[in-house]
Ligand binder design. Structure first.
Ligand SMILES: [Mn+2]
Length: 319
């Protein structure tokens, strides 16, 4: 059932032996929540540990400093930033039906815990963790603050996205009163790129194709192109590539076509107002949001381009 911050605080105060679960393919928010909450509970004298189905990126390793490893038999299971029990990935089967408390901020979500505290106006689930900590009168420190700050910075694109509210800034400001290197954290999260990533971006820009008086930019990440970067890039280096074509001034539709199989191509589309990328992708059986959408098209690359381009050209003509 749905509950509020004060009930969530009460549940955490009255229980012990916590296992805090993050969603699979973990991001800064789910990890910031897990390590931050774990640190808070340990500081309260409770036993707590975190668990995630997938490996944590080396860039987020610093979050682990917040907690000490404790072994005990888990009694209270809490999920953080998990909108659907399926998002626990490989841990889903083991913990489904056993979760006492879910703390989340996703607008569309499935209820799977005995108690759920959800605030869709929160930019990050870490904001909710902060409020629960405040309600519990918990003591924070620099390490815990760095976890919660990481989640908020991650989910707001470093306070740039429109989900950022006055409250987001207020919570971040309170966290910054603790001693932690937020400058370094932001550099690591938002500026730092591996050499492999830079080289991948370089070949993407070299392979960019322009159409409709440069208002459409399209790049094809073929298996062959990806192979050239093998061993120099990891999975993380492929994050956010789909936004590159639309970063070019004057481009109204940016398309990244990624080869998934011999004749399967995954299309990621970003569009400027008023072009609706979701509607365009729906024509090919895909979907998404108005400004960011995707679809999968079967066929060879020439076929995929021949399918897409007339629709894209028509869309930019109407602007
Ligand atoms: Mn989140």
């Amino acid at each position: 059932m749905l509950t509020d911050i004060s009930k969530a605080a009460e549940i955490l105060r009255e229980h012990d032996d916590f296992l805090i679960l993050s969603h699979a393919n973990p991001d800064g928010d789910t990890l910031g929540c897990a390590y931050g909450l774990c640190g808070i509970l340990q500081k309260m004298g409770k036993r707590a540990r975190t668990l995630c189905a997938d490996e944590i990126s080396t860039r987020m390793e610093y979050l682990k400093k917040t907690i000490v490893n404790q072994s005990f038999e888990e009694k209270t299971i809490v999920t953080v930033d998990v909108a659907d029990v399926k998002l626990l990935g490989a841990l889903c089967e083991q913990y489904s039906g056993k979760i006492l408390l879910a703390i989340d901020h996703h607008e569309s979500r499935m209820e799977f815990a005995d108690y759920t505290v959800v605030d869709p106006t929160a930019a990050a689930a870490c904001e909710i963790i902060y409020e629960i900590a405040e309600e519990m009168g918990a003591k924070l420190d620099g390490e815990i603050a760095s976890c919660l700050y990481t989640g908020i910075a991650t989910d707001t694109g470093c306070f740039r996205y429109t989900n950022t509210t006055p409250k987001t800034h207020m919570i971040a400001a309170k966290l910054m009163e603790y001693d932690f290197p937020y400058g370094d954290i932001n550099y690591n999260l938002f500026d730092l790129k591996s050499r492999g990533r830079i080289e991948l971006e370089q070949s993407i820009m070299n392979n960019m194709e322009y159409y409709s008086k440069d208002r459409i930019a399209m790049v094809c990440l073929t298996t062959e192109l990806i192979k050239q970067h093998e061993g120099k890039v990891d999975i993380e280096d492929f994050n956010g590539l789909a936004s590159m074509p639309r970063q070019i001034e004057g481009v109204l539709i940016g398309v990244t076509v990624k080869q998934k199989g011999e004749s399967t191509f995954k299309v990621s589309m970003r569009s400027a107002e008023p072009i609706n990328a979701a509607k365009i992708c729906a024509l090919f059986g895909g979907g998404g949001h108005a400004r960011a959408a995707g679809c999968t098209i079967e066929g060879n690359l020439d076929f995929v381009k021949a399918k897409l381009l007339p629709v894209l050209e028509k869309a930019v003509e109407c602007v």
